[in-house]
Design a protein around this ligand. Structure first.
Ligand SMILES: Nc1nc2c(c(=O)[nH]1)N[C@H]1C(S)=C(S)[C@@H](COP(=O)(O)OP(=O)(O)OC[C@H]3O[C@@H](n4cnc5c(=O)[nH]c(N)nc54)[C@H](O)[C@@H]3O)O[C@H]1N2
Ligand SMILES: Nc1nc2c(c(=O)[nH]1)N[C@H]1C(S)=C(S)[C@@H](COP(=O)(O)OP(=O)(O)OC[C@H]3O[C@@H](n4cnc5c(=O)[nH]c(N)nc54)[C@H](O)[C@@H]3O)O[C@H]1N2
Ligand code: SF4
Ligand SMILES: [Mo]
Length: 873
């Protein structure tokens, strides 16, 4: 038995420590690292099930030129030749890198150095543009440097948490659990500000379901209230903050309780309750993420939040700070190396002295002297032929960029596309002339920085499979072949980390807070053994800020006018995440357990709107925007605001014939940050007529190459095979072509248009197909279990065991595989009164804890129903 390797979770920016123990043939046993300060041993559902994602299924194992396997030499030579030729003919501005917050700091550093110091352009941007760039721009405007003003310690010491535009319970589950722990320990209050009622709101003291895009009005209204209530700290402002002309007039305008309530479309009493909670609790942490960042006024929204904290002197003190939480595992590390087109390196911008300094440090032959193209503009330049060669690393823009179909067209027309990825078949990879096989999470070695600026090691737990190489190696080989071998002579990630640390300290006489000089000479063994370390003391504790005059800045932020719905596009489309999927599903999609939480992409819609558009729960609907359209399963939800619909970002062409959220948003961006406004797009929805519904279960790995021929087809990985949910208006017989060879059993009920087929091959169940036009379909669980059953059950075509197992309903607790019906029956039968009691009775929610908010909701609903029944009796 091997020892556990201490590494870091590759999903969200919480940055939890993981203990990964190799357990035989490419298997890892996963546990939370009790010694990691971010999570102290806990993991959420995604972290817990990392072990299900480290197999070799679907991996890209060899360099590919077109559809042909190539040697590394051939592939790298081709990349270098095409980039060199393009640069020689059209100049450095004609090439670009599009990279990712999922690269390690070392990978990121090398890519940034190659582009900005050697190729000589800043046309390197990252998916962090879609994610954190409004926070970056807001920090720079307020503080002078992109420094996060809080740490996780503050979560333990706060009395009030304000979550703005953040579905923390799903997207930063361990931060959410820490918030809940503080609430239990010191009675801290929780306010959630989100147009949707998410599971994060489940246990909140207050949920403000504000009108989308009205956050500036809300925060300005709060600040106006603070002014009236004497909460503004005049002394602190005079000493530490510069205030633009007319700032207080701006705050005073239309910021009384009633006007603010009207702008935000919430009840004045609710708003007042928020103000009073804020007034009563100086130890306030305001956490924000994409509901704030991903808006056409995202940077103003960030500054509106920071303004309130600066003006009330709730910053730089224990339990008191605005806190931008990062999305990706290394969103922060990318910002530290300067991986955005708008930053240079090591928290420096393009001021001439910075360009000179970094140029000196790198001995750079051709320094970029100005910012490059931001993501949306970069793909526009590809579309217009100004960029003729692009290298995409660790991101899937054909899915995740706004107006993604246009990005696809741009990639299809681009003369030369290189994609480095861990998976062979991604939506972006399909446009690549060269695909380079990158090392995946468990194979990588380097560092990441989490939301609270803590640098942690990711350590290699599994050998590199096939011809896979780490990203830093791939980039430095290209640099070497371009003629810069000595500037990129790295033997391993430690060499790169040292250089990065030296650059942060280089000629830095306190001007930049990011200063890793303690690590500038770190030895290889010390790097290998590095404990998680947070850089910087408590930010801004001394009231000094990294601006020329040492003062922070209030920023005038005016609420933008919120347009009424358009006649042709009567709804607003909001987009975001599900608890158990990660982005474009290339990795979480491999886990049978995670797949069960949400099996299909839903368009969530308020019951009133559903009625208005003739939709019923479970229907298939077409969601359209001026950019495009895609199909979704209808999910009617009281948690939606009227007029607003929500779709998840995860499903791609690999997983579904619908669910393509990425092609729907407009490619419009915030003027300061260039971040797209993913959270509100004018949209419409209409019912799609369906004649039949079906499901198909196939044994073995069916791959992601295609989907059964149906209007609606979505796939998920299940134990032992794949489950497809299907619906259509066309002939359902076309699906039969997907059934494998073997002995067929069939049953049919023509009256209901029902057909049931089971295929047995090699004494085991190979496939089942159940189709119906007007009847019911049985639960899928028992049939899925038959894929791995030792014997073929005689009742396959009944869809249930001879004795019949009760259908447990949709899975709520993925760790213990516990369904909704099981939970409801337990609550009723055992008279369970709280979430802890549910855990004691049936274990649900007792492992990773991610489903605890869902259990609270189910409990409340069940008790409410029971009460109603009781009242009626
Ligand atoms: N399970 C899971 N976790 C993840 C990820 C994942 O893919 N899956 N991805 C990670 C990444 S990269 C990121 S960036 C984070 C994102 O984490 P979050 O920002 O928490 O996630 P989102 O679902 O994108 O959006 C958050 C909320 O913003 C709300 N919102 C929309 N419009 C507005 C508005 O106008 N005002 C306010 N106040 N709120 C609004 C939405 O309704 C939504 O509930 O999650 C990280 N964690
Ligand atoms: N409509 C809408 N769109 C959005 C958002 C939204 O809320 N709404 N959110 C945006 C945000 S915040 C984000 S962060 C983006 C995320 O969007 P993407 O970055 O496009 O999503 P991922 O699926 O994480 O893509 C990562 C890719 O890198 C591969 N990969 C994983 N590890 C490695 C590695 O170590 N090396 C290499 N070379 N490849 C690797 C994966 O297989 C995958 O193909 O989506 C953005 N798009
Ligand atoms: S909260 Fe979950 S996804 Fe995020 S780092 Fe921790 S274990 Fe990973
Ligand atoms: Mo993100």
């Amino acid at each position: 038995m091997s020892d556990a390797i201490r590494t870091t979770c590759p999903y969200c920016g919480v940055g939890c420590g993981v203990r990964a123990t190799p357990a035989g043939d490419r298997q890892l046993r996963i546990e939370g690292d009790p010694e990691h300060p971010a999570n102290r041993g806990k993991l959420c559902s995604k972290g817990t099930h990392l072990g299900e994602t480290v197999g070799l299924g679907g991996r890209l194992l060899h360099p590919m030129i077109g559809e042909k396997r190539a040697s590394w030499d051939k592939a790298l030579d081709l990349v270098v030749k095409r980039f060199n030729d393009t640069i020689a003919r059209h100049g450095p501005e004609s090439v670009a890198f599009y990279v990712s917050g999922q690269l390690l700091t070392e990978d990121y550093y090398v890519a940034n150095k190659l582009m900005k110091g050697f190729i000589g352009t800043s046309n390197i941007d990252t998916n962090s543009r879609l994610c954190m760039s409004s926070a970056v721009a807001g920090h720079i405007r307020a503080f002078g440097e992109d420094v996060v003003s809080a740490s996780y310690d503050d979560l333990d010491e706060a009395d009030l948490f304000v979550l703005v535009g953040s579905n923390t319970a799903w997207c930063h589950p361990i931060v959410y659990q820490r918030i809940q722990a503080t609430r239990e320990k010191r009675g801290a209050k929780l306010v959630v500000i989100d147009p949707r009622r998410t599971e994060t709101c489940e246990d909140a003291d207050l949920h403000l379901a504000i009108r989308p895009g009205s956050d500036v009005a809300l925060m300005n209204g709060l600040l106006a209230h603070c002014l009236r209530a004497g909460l503004v700290d005049e002394e602190y402002l005079a000493a530490n903050v510069s205030i633009p002309q007319g700032f207080w007039d701006m705050i005073g305008q239309g910021s009384d309780l009633w006007s603010t309530a009207r702008s935000c479309d919430v009840a004045p009493e609710q708003l007042l309750r928020f103000y009073e909670l804020f007034a009563a609790h100086p130890r306030t942490v305001t956490l924000f993420s994409q509901g704030i960042n991903q808006a056409l006024r995202g940077t103003d929204q960030v500054n509106a939040v920071i303004n309130v904290h600066l003006a009330t002197n709730r910053i730089g003190k224990p339990g008191s700070a605005p806190f931008s939480i990062t999305g990706q595992p290394n969103a922060m590390g990318g910002r530290e190396v300067g991986g955005l087109a708008s930053t240079l390196a090591a928290h420096m911008d393009f001021a001439p002295e910075n360009v000179a300094r970094v140029g000196r440090f790198w001995s750079a032959p051709r320094m970029a002297t100005k910012p490059g193209l931001k993501a949306v503009d970069m793909f526009r330049a590809v579309e217009e032929g100004r960029i003729k060669a692009i290298w995409v690393m660790a991101t899937n823009p054909a899915v995740s960029m706004p107006d993604a179909n246009r990005v696809r067209d741009a990639l299809a027309a681009c003369p030369f596309v290189v994609v480095s990825d861990v998976m062979a078949d991604t939506d972006t990879g399909r446009f690549a002339h060269v695909r380079l096989p990158a090392a995946a999470w468990a194979e990588k070695d380097g560092t990441v920085t989490n939301s609270e600026r803590r640098i942690s090691r990711q350590r290699q737990a599994l050998p590199l499979p096939g011809e896979v190489k780490p990203d830093w190696w791939i980039i430095k080989e290209v640099a070497a072949r371009m003629g810069w071998a000595s500037a990129f002579a790295y033997g391993g990630p430690a060499d790169i980390y040292r250089e990065h640390a030296r650059l942060t300290a280089y000629d830095n006489k306190g001007a930049r807070m990011l200063d890793l000089r303690d690590h500038a000479a770190i030895g290889n063994p010390a790097y290998d053994a590095m404990e998680p370390v947070r850089w910087g003391e408590r930010s801004f504790a001394d009231g000094r800020f990294p601006t020329p005059d040492g003062k922070a800045r209030l920023v005038s932020t005016v609420q933008a006018a919120l347009a009424d719905p358009l006649k042709d596009w009567p709804l607003t489309l909001n987009t975001g995440r599900y608890r158990d999927q990660w982005h474009t599903m290339t990795r979480t999609g491999l886990s049978p357990k995670l797949a069960r939480h949400r099996e299909e992409p839903l368009v969530e819609i308020h019951p009133g709107d559903a009625g208005r558009f003739g939709l019923e729960d479970g229907d298939i609907a077409r969601v359209a925007t001026p950019q495009g359209q895609s199909l979704f399963r209808v999910g009617i939800s009281e948690g939606q605001r009227p007029g607003e619909i929500f779709t998840p970002i995860h499903w791609t062409d690999r997983q579904s014939t619908g669910g393509r959220t990425g092609l729907l948003p407009r490619p419009l961006t915030d003027p300061h940050s260039g971040q797209p406004g993913f959270k509100s797009t004018p949209a419409k929805v209409e019912k799609v007529a369906i004649e039949w519904r079906a499901f198909l279960i196939l044994r073995g790995d069916a791959g992601t190459a295609s989907l059964p021929p149906a209007l609606w087809a979505t796939r998920i990985t299940v134990n032992g095979g794949t489950l497809y949910e299907l619906a259509g208006a066309e002939d359902d017989k076309a699906i039969d072509g997907w059934l494998p060879a073997g002995t067929r059993m069939e049953a049919a009920d023509p009256a209901k248009g029902t057909r049931r087929i089971a295929v047995v091959a090699g004494d085991r169940l190979a496939a089942v197909l159940f189709v119906t036009r007007t009847g019911e379909l049985p639960g899928r669980d028992w049939l899925i279990a038959q894929l791995e059953a030792p014997e073929v059950a005689p009742t396959l075509l009944a869809g249930r065991a001879p004795g019949a197992m009760p259908d447990r309903g949709p899975v709520v607790c993925v760790c213990f595989d516990i369904g909704l019906r099981t939970i409801v029956s337990a609550i009723v039968a055992e008279e369970l009164a709280d979430v802890t009691a549910i855990g004691k009775a049936i274990r649900a929610g007792t492992n990773c804890g991610s489903c605890r908010p869902a259990l609270a909701r189910i409990l409340a609903d069940t008790l409410a129903t029971a009460e109603k029944v009781h009242a009626a009796e």
